[in-house]
Design a protein around this ligand. Structure first.
Ligand SMILES: [Zn+2]
Length: 452
């Protein structure tokens, strides 16, 4: 038995509740019930919360003061009223931080946060306790579907917390280790030389589950497969977060660990958006947020099944509300229901980031996930990165495998031509593909705005 896990469940969380007024445990209990609400009851729950939030915004949040005229519309139907509010971009959040904070909120009670900025400038924002705790509750609820509970020992494969200096880093690690039962493996230190050491550590410490960026977990799995190393016990699951989880990554991770790979769709600047259930479907944290999927060009809602931009309205953040916040991801909703019995709405597929969408010479949108999956079918390519630099130029960075054949690269380029048209493909062979500042590896990226 993991004494630390029991202590965290029985002692740390209950004490935090008393000493700090932390309500996470209550939120989890409530969400365990609301995950089975009928469609109508969930709609009502969302509508009531949304109505309160919108009223609050027009009355108390300077950035939304001009929308008081929508009060009758909000009273009539909060969902329709929401669509009358503008889409909020990341840049607007950065330019209007103070205006987005509720006039009655004491800023010193809020927690500053910022997104990792894996594509462009990080977004700076504030969250309040209810928002953070509800988001954490949504994560624990999702993990509970896999029999993973508060305090269970976790191995986190992560970039080191960048902003922290050495001493703070040490304190941070100690805190995570003893209060949350988390062991860290810095993603940047994973390499063929260090892998055995980490696997030995895993076998000794026996974490119940792993948690990390898809690309970092994939790297860990790949190194283990290449060296033919396995861990000696069965994990409850490996949770992939913060990045699009590609099929090839899921397969490699499953192969290396022989356990379920659990997709968590979350973002620093939006909380836990959806969680994968054991039936393989992504359930939205509907109690916490409204997820809209909008057409890339018109910003109008698209039908379920059709991919579009993910726009989030967090229903708990009354301190710095961000209505219709454009996350920069592309996904589709699903109308279907899930066999697991949970009635929380579903996201059908998460296609990746907005800037993963390439524009072909004929104007077609081509999702770069296609090129990423395709690259995996050529053994010559060990690692790659594909960047559309302009409508006519594509940069292909490739780390060669030991079975490298020039002809395979040419075949890959021919496939690019088929979808993109006769663009210029520049191939750059390299030894390393640097992760972004947050430790994530971008496999694909469009470097210019979609409107050009
Ligand atoms: Zn389900």
């Amino acid at each position: 038995m993991d004494i630390n896990a029991v202590a965290i469940r029985k002692l740390v969380f209950p004490l935090m509740r008393i000493a700090k007024g932390n309500n996470t445990i209550d939120y989890i209990k409530s969400m365990q019930d609301s995950q089975y609400l009928s469609k109508e009851d969930m709609h009502k729950l969302q509508k009531d919360k949304l109505s309160k939030l919108l009223m609050h915004c027009v009355k108390n949040v300077p950035a939304y003061a001009d929308y008081k005229y929508l009060i009758p519309a909000i009273e009539e139907d909060a969902f329709s009223a929401l669509r009358k509010f503008p889409i909020l971009t990341k840049q607007q959040v950065n330019n209007n931080t103070d205006n987005l904070i509720c006039a009655n909120t004491d800023k010193s009670t809020l927690t500053p946060n910022q997104s990792g900025g894996s594509s462009g400038e990080p977004v700076r924002f504030f969250i309040d306790r209810p928002t953070a705790e509800n988001s954490e509750a949504a994560r624990w609820r999702g993990l509970s579907w896999w029999d993973i509970n508060i305090g269970d020992k976790c191995l986190m494969v992560w970039g080191s917390p960048l902003e922290l200096n050495k001493r703070e880093n040490l304190i941070y690690n100690m805190k995570e280790r003893f209060l949350k039962n988390i062991i860290f493996v810095p993603a940047y230190s994973l390499n063929p030389q260090s892998i055995q050491k980490y696997v030995n550590m895993i076998n000794t410490q026996k974490p119940v589950y792993f948690y990390g960026y898809a690309s970092a977990l994939h790297l860990l799995a790949q190194l283990m497969i290449n060296k033919n190393i396995k861990i000696k016990y069965k994990l409850k699951g490996i949770v992939s977060t913060s990045e699009n989880l590609y099929d090839f990554q899921r397969k490699t991770i499953e192969q290396a660990f022989d356990c379920p790979v659990i997709n968590e769709y979350g973002a620093r600047d939006a909380g836990i958006i959806a969680y994968e259930c054991p039936k393989g479907r992504m359930h939205i944290s509907a109690e916490n947020m409204i997820v809209e999927i909008l057409d890339i060009q018109t910003n109008q809602p698209v039908e379920p099944g059709k991919p579009g931009l993910v726009v989030i309205t967090d229903l708990n953040n009354f301190s710095m509300p961000r209505l219709r916040y454009k996350l920069g991801d592309v996904a589709a909703l699903s109308k279907e229901s899930c066999e697991c019995g949970r009635t929380l709405p579903l996201i059908e597929k998460i296609e990746g980031r907005e800037d993963d969408i390439f524009i072909a010479l004929n104007g077609n949108y081509v999702h770069a996930v296609y090129f990423c999956n395709l690259a995996r079918s050529y053994p010559s390519i060990m690692q790659f990165q594909i960047i559309q630099q302009s409508r006519t130029d594509i940069l292909l960075r490739i780390i060669k495998s030991h079975t490298f054949k020039e002809s395979e690269i040419q075949a890959y380029i021919d496939e690019i031509y088929k979808l993109m048209g006769p663009v210029n493909v520049i191939v750059e062979y390299t030894d390393t593909i640097e992760p972004t500042a947050s430790g994530k590896i971008r496999y694909s990226k469009r470097d210019f705005p979609i409107s050009i």
